[in-house]
Design a protein around this ligand. Structure first.
Ligand SMILES: Cc1cc2nc3c(=O)[nH]c(=O)nc-3n(C[C@H](O)[C@H](O)[C@H](O)COP(=O)(O)OP(=O)(O)OC[C@H]3O[C@@H](n4cnc5c(N)ncnc54)[C@H](O)[C@@H]3O)c2cc1C
Length: 296
């Protein structure tokens, strides 16, 4: 029997593991894919305090080492459901783990276009986070894919760094707020391509061109990188009676949920800013809340 089980070994889950173990809780982290979560696929992180520049995988390696050194158990497997009660049962394939408290830190999945070579170019020309990776494209040419607020905000931000930004959207008009539309339309280095879909990625090792199809036909556009801003889906499919927002994120106040002893941390919960710093902050708060729960 564990004191705490953390689901997801991204920055939020690993940080929760550190605080739980240091608080004396016997802890297990369960991860369905690979240790580190989304940040592991980032070639460079330049906004994590204490490191001017570090690769996502190096950061994850250090976090992982710290967690293991504290005696936290880690298992690979996908949690499908949780049975709530004073003793909580966590179901992974045909194994059932028992625990007194659970922290769910399952993150999000960014939507992709699902084109050939896409996974190969992620981190090498295809990005999701303009705040994180935009500065690597200073004075370069980038594309932003999407037409809602987040895409337009990214295009405006990237226009302040890059020589040229293509804002590529499949709809016939941007579907962002009016003010954003006015602002982006005035920027001289932003070209808005409507009724346009990327149909192919081109490049060797790194993306260097996209093929865009619009109402007239197809054309190749040279880009140094693109930012997919077509939404994210929270990883909140574990069977359990937790309250969720209308967008399917876990609903919580300071990581506390509607179920006592079940906490949520990181990108999978309702919040505005999804970064490593906010994920580790959530991991900290959830772990301390879990330790308090264990004491009562
Ligand atoms: C390419 C890229 C670059 C980025 N660059 C930066 C950057 O430079 N700076 C920055 O601050 N942020 C960056 N981000 C965002 C940052 O990575 C995330 O905000 C952060 O990783 C969120 O941490 P998390 O632990 O909440 O979730 P995640 O990192 O998403 O981790 C969640 C983990 O839970 C696992 N999981 C999901 N469901 C289950 C289940 N049912 N059972 C078991 N395990 C499960 C997943 O496999 C995953 O490993 C970047 C994101 C991407 C994709």
């Amino acid at each position: 029997m564990y004191d705490a089980i953390v689901i997801g070994a991204g920055p939020a889950g690993l940080t929760a593991g550190i605080y739980l173990a240091r608080g004396g809780a016997k802890t297990l982290i369960i991860e369905k894919e690979s240790i580190g979560g989304q940040i592991a696929s980032s070639p460079l992180v330049e906004n994590y305090p204490g490191f001017k520049c570090i690769s996502g995988s190096e950061l994850v390696d250090m976090l992982y080492e710290q967690v293991i050194s504290l005696g936290v158990d880690i298992e690979i497997g996908e949690v499908k459901s949780i049975e709530n009660g004073e003793i909580k049962k966590v179901f992974v394939d045909d194994t059932v783990y028992e625990t007194k408290t659970v922290i769910i830190a399952t993150g999000v999945k960014h939507r992709k276009l699902n084109l050939e070579n896409e996974d190969e170019f992620i981190g090498s020309g295809i990005h999701f986070c303009a705040t994180c990776d935009g500065p690597f494209y200073k004075n370069k040419v980038v594309g932003v894919i999407g037409g809602a607020n987040s895409a337009v905000i990214n295009a405006i931000y990237l226009a302040s760094l890059c020589d040229k930004v293509y804002l590529i959207y499949r709809g016939k008009d941007l579907k962002c707020e009016k003010k954003l539309k006015e602002k982006v339309s005035k920027l001289k280095n932003v070209e808005i391509l409507l009724n346009s879909n990327i149909i192919q990625y081109l490049g060797v090792d790194k993306l260097d061109k996209i093929v865009v199809k619009d109402l007239i036909g197809k054309r190749e556009i040279q880009v140094d990188g693109i930012f997919l801003s077509i939404g994210m889906d929270p990883e909140t499919s574990i069977k359990l009676n937790l309250n969720k927002t209308e967008n399917n994120y876990y609903d919580s106040v300071d990581t506390l949920t509607n179920l006592p002893g079940i906490l949520v941390a990181g990108d999978c919960r309702n919040k505005n800013i999804r970064q490593v710093t906010t994920a580790v902050s959530d991991g900290t708060v959830a772990a301390i809340n879990a330790l308090n729960y264990l004491q009562n």
